[in-house]
Design a protein around this ligand. Structure first.
Ligand SMILES: Cc1cc2nc3c(=O)[nH]c(=O)nc-3n(C[C@H](O)[C@H](O)[C@H](O)COP(=O)(O)O)c2cc1C
Length: 458
């Protein structure tokens, strides 16, 4: 039966990847009691798609056999272009439209598919894709003629989309799953939260963290900045001292000066807001003055308290931003020139920028760095020194694997290729070993902080 008069449509579901980052076959992920592939096939049929072709690896586990779908197998690596070419051979002669529906987007609803098909019919467009927050996603519908370009010219799907923008129509959707890939276990957790209505919780958000260093243009609403900083400052604070302040820098000229003082990091110019997170004893100094006494600003203990409080606020702020779909990066380089940055931001005595933080709507999509094994961090009852060699080895392996993947899939990290041979231990030794440039660059830090009225003394 043809579901949409005059436009026989075939969906192709490339599902031949190994799901290495996810650690399991994505097509068979359990999404609310049904597998990802079952969801997609059902969605396609609900939206009137006539046939579904699923591409699988020859050695993959079988998909549920009740599914109304044709399975073709490949012994290849699961590259999307290869899967599409293979599936094309099976597209019936009379099919006029093809829908490419990667298995990552299993949470896309039938109404999106219907809208895409309608675009092809009504608007006389050759391609239609969903748009979430102005960014293109999947699945992508196209006429058979357009799809044939993948086969004929050896083009990738993305080439075909970009080739001629005039032939592409879009369907705006509020469903983020048109864009979200299902690559990591956290993505699966997010999908399950979305399906079950379970709230997305803080722990899941923490696992999602990555530093972002490139941002979309446009301001962040002032009310949002206020809300995030207000929430962040509800972190615990030593003896209720609240020894912190945040300067939200939005003025491009001041941001540019901050960027210059922070090793020229372009992300500070690009971000709509640069937070200078300050350890601030000024308010306590004024309070002491009003009480006829003087703050013991030289106290190492008080300085540590202020630094810890400011760091807790900063981490809360980053997490709060991430929970609202923003991203950013902490900036330790804000301690490169503590006196100059304090002057530029008009900081009073006893107040220093302890680190900075960019924040905005992320434009980059870095591969998460992961962390060393938990065994090297979490010890039970007593510090376990036994595991150190294994932990360092695993940290090295993890670093190299991440570098490799980052170079291959993102062309590098923070705009630069990453050395794929250096492990974590060698990096640490170079940074903080005998000849440390980092230590040298900060030799005057203690003196500068003292000049700012921030004690590191007794
Ligand atoms: C206090 C602090 C200062 C940092 N300073 C910088 C910085 O100046 N520039 C930068 O690009 N990243 C900076 N980072 C980000 C770290 O490089 C990053 O958190 C780390 O490599 C782990 O990567 P991830 O955050 O993506 O997991 C800083 C992080 C922290 C916690």
């Amino acid at each position: 039966m043809t579901g949409n008069a005059g436009m026989r449509t075939v969906a192709i579901v490339p599902a031949a990847g190994v799901g290495a980052r996810m650690g399991q076959d994505k097509a068979l992920l359990d999404l609310g009691g049904v597998t990802a592939i079952e969801r997609i096939v059902t969605t396609c049929h609900t939206a009137g798609v006539d046939e579904v072709i699923v591409v699988r690896r020859t050695d993959a586990a079988p998909i549920p056999d009740h599914l109304d779908a044709l399975v073709v197998t490949t012994s290849g690596e699961g590259e999307m272009a290869d899967s599409l070419r293979l599936a094309y051979l099976k597209v019936p002669r009379d099919a006029e439209a093809v829908l490419v529906f990667p298995v990552d987007h299993a949470l896309v609803e039938a109404d999106t598919v219907l809208a895409l098909r309608a675009k092809l019919l009504r608007d006389d467009s050759a391609m239609a894709l969903p748009l979430y927050r102005g960014k293109p996603g999947h699945p992508i519908a196209m006429t058979r003629t357009v799809f044939a370009e993948i086969d004929r010219d050896g083009a990738l799907l993305s080439d075909v989309v970009r080739r001629d923008q005039d032939r592409v129509s879009v369907v705006a959707t509020a469903n983020p799953w048109v864009r979200a890939d299902m690559d990591h276990p956290e993505d699966l957790r997010a999908a399950r939260c979305a399906l079950t209505g379970e709230p997305w919780n803080a722990v899941a958000q923490m696992y999602r963290h990555r530093s972002h260093r490139s941002f979309e243009s446009g301001e962040l609403p002032q009310a949002q900045i206020e809300r995030l900083v207000d929430a962040a400052r509800h972190a615990s604070t030593s003896s209720f001292t609240q020894a912190y302040s945040v300067i939200a820098v939005r003025d491009p000229a001041i941001k540019a000066d901050c960027a210059r003082l922070c090793a020229g990091q372009q992300q500070i110019n690009e971000a709509p807001v640069f937070f200078a997170i300050c350890a601030d004893l000024h308010k306590i100094a004024v309070a002491c003055g009003k009480q006829g006494t003087a703050v013991q600003a030289q106290s190492l203990e008080l300085s540590l308290q202020a630094t810890i409080d400011a760091a807790l606020l900063g981490q809360n702020l980053q997490l709060a931003g991430e929970a609202e779909g923003l991203g950013g990066c902490m900036i330790g380089a804000a301690r490169n020139h503590p006196i100059e940055i304090a002057e530029r931001l008009g900081l009073p005595k006893h107040c220093i920028v302890i680190f900075g933080m960019t924040m905005g709507v992320p434009k980059d999509d870095p591969i998460p760095r992961g962390r060393m094994p938990l065994q090297g961090v979490l010890h039970w009852d007593r510090y376990d020194e036994e595991c150190i060699d294994d932990v360092l080895q695993a940290a090295d392996d993890g670093m190299r694997a991440w570098a490799k993947q980052t170079n291959a899939e993102r062309g590098g990290y923070a705009g630069r290729p990453v050395n794929e041979t250096k492990g974590w231990a060698e990096r640490m030794a170079r940074m903080w070993g005998g000849d440390s440039q980092y230590a040298k660059a900060r030799e005057v830090l203690a003196d500068e902080l003292t000049q700012l009225g921030f004690g590191l003394g007794s």
